[in-house]
Design a protein around this ligand. Sequence first.
Ligand SMILES: [Zn+2]
Length: 199
Amino acid sequence: MLDKTRFITRVSQFFPPTPGSRNGKCIICAHYTEKGHDVDFSGNFTSWNLLQEGNCICEYCYTLCRDQQYRRISWVASLKGVRFLKRDEILPVLLEPPEPPFAVYITKSGKKQGFLHIVNRVNYNKNHYCIAFEDSILFVERSSLREMVEIARQARNLRFSKSELLNGPSAKHWEYKELCMKIEHLSRNPVWEVVVFAV
Ligand SMILES: [Zn+2]
């Protein structure tokens, strides 16, 4: 069997191509194509700052950018295909990512094209990888993620609110001093926001 993993160099290749007839360089992933499309974004497109130099959109990035569900719903992409994620499915996927290569996009608002940040960053390591979250790129260390999830779950079981997890525990919760100090420390880590959103 042909080793398909070698051919995945950009995240949009996980998505079914939509062949066009335009030759050129893709403004999303910067690869050359003979099956691209003219650049013609709808009013929903807000991420002009993330584009690269080029004159068309390749057949893979076209699918990713045109199909609005890929922007509105979180997903995980691997050689097995693209799977949409409900909120409670996010942490299990981050804790146990698919066999590489893979990519993950997580959205709260459903309005950003944050996956443009990772289009040229296919993950080949399950222990250190990057994800797109809203309008940013985050680097995940799986061992520290495990610890964060444990702390978030522990705090939620003790009825800490999500706002407390993000902005600091309220006075009534400082009886759990050790836990509160861990939370304050973690609130400086951008991955913590994903954990709190998804826990
Ligand atoms: Zn492209």
